[in-house]
Design a protein around this ligand. Structure first.
Ligand code: FA5
Length: 338
């Protein structure tokens, strides 16, 4: 007999056992596990198989025999009330899937890399220099108050300052300028960020994606074109972007970015503000930031933008999530929907 035929016989016995719903535990013991039982007889036949195949063929027989012996023992144990029904179908193990924010990160990466951006990754625990000072926020500048910062208990560096948990992905701007040495730069930096904030629209740990483009002759038109392209790709055809004057220390001029609401088509509904959603900030890179990255602002210009992924994603069609903390609650009933 071949090993395959032997395994087929075990499978046949398994099917037969499943159909034995009318037998008591003692009858099953006698018919299958006793000295002349089906298992004993099949076990003897293993000597007919090629010795090299015996281990592989014998294992499933032992597994099945042990399962039946356990069930029979349990049924004979007076403390076990319920008879184990071998005919019941097995339980399917839960299969996980990629977290919705990781799905969004993959989608955002694809949208930008398809137009020539390169995905960058920079430290999530970084020096004050990259997070604030090189971004035109000298020590004690009041603009720093906006980033409710977690400081790391680590000896400060003379030039780099203190270590902080990155409050935004803008720390990648000067790092990318240093990495490349000179333009052209087309970076998309996606990372975790941290702030001392917690409510229905804020979490202490969240994600941002940061775009940075620096080259000769870059204007606001390039920025607006990129925002419109992203709006259509991520939210669907017909979605528009709009920029409103704002203030960031590291961009001049600076804007807040809105996308038209794809749920109401921009007419206004309970999910948006008069047809628009606010998603993040953007602007033309401040000359001081270019200088901090070793780039001459008289030769090159650039734009940058930065958005929260949680907010960007929850606005996507059909995902009207009213509390972004749910995303990190570990609640499977919630997460399995995505
Ligand atoms: C910034 O972080 C700027 N670095 C953005 C930027 C980049 C401007 C480049 C100009 C040029 P702001 O603090 O507004 O900006 O945060 C941007 C977005 O991050 C917010 O609109 C929001 O969507 C998200 N965000 C900020 N804090 C939190 C938080 N605690 N939880 C969840 N999302 C947050």
């Amino acid at each position: 007999m071949t090993g395959t035929t032997y395994i087929q016989q075990i499978e046949l016995m398994q099917r037969t056992l499943r159909a034995e719903t009318g037998l008591s535990a003692n009858e099953l013991q006698q018919k299958y596990l006793g000295v002349n039982g089906a298992f004993t007889l099949l076990a003897k036949q293993i000597t007919e198989i090629d010795p090299g195949d015996r281990k592989v063929a014998g294992q499933p027989l032992n597994n099945l025999k042990n399962a039946l012996a356990t069930a029979v023992a349990a049924a004979n144990n007076p403390s076990v009330k319920a008879w184990v029904d071998l005919s019941l179908p097995g339980r399917r193990p839960a299969v996980g899937h990629v977290h919705p924010i990781s799905q969004a990160m993959a989608e955002i990466t694809k949208i930008f890399t398809s137009i020539g951006f390169t995905r960058a990754r920079y430290p999530e625990i970084d020096w004050d220099w990259y997070v604030f000072e090189s971004l035109n926020m000298p020590p004690d500048h009041p603009a720093r108050d906006e980033w409710e910062t977690f400081f790391v208990a680590h000896a400060p560096d003379e030039k780099m300052g203190q270590m902080v948990l990155t409050t935004h992905t803008s720390n990648g701007q000067v790092r990318e300028m240093e990495r490349l040495g000179k333009p052209p730069i087309r970076m998309i930096n996606i990372a975790r960020c941290y702030r001392r904030q917690q409510d229905v629209t804020h979490t202490q740990m969240f994600h941002q994606f940061e775009g940075l483009v620096v080259d000769k002759g870059i204007t606001i038109q390039h920025l607006k074109g990129t925002l419109d392209y992203f709006a259509e790709q991520f939210y669907g055809p017909g979605t528009k972007s709009r920029i409103r004057p704002f203030h960031f220390q590291f961009t001049e001029p600076s804007f807040e970015v809105d996308f038209s609401c794809h749920l109401c088509g921009g007419t206004g509904c309970k999910f948006c503000k008069s047809g628009w959603h606010e998603v993040g900030g953007c602007g033309m890179v401040h000359p001081n930031v270019l200088r901090a990255g070793g780039i001459d602002p008289d030769v090159y210009t650039g734009f940058a933008f930065g958005w929260g992924i949680e907010r960007t994603y929850t606005l996507k069609e059909g995902l009207a999530i009213d509390d972004i903390r749910l995303l990190y609650s570990g609640d499977l009933q919630f997460l399995e929907q995505f």
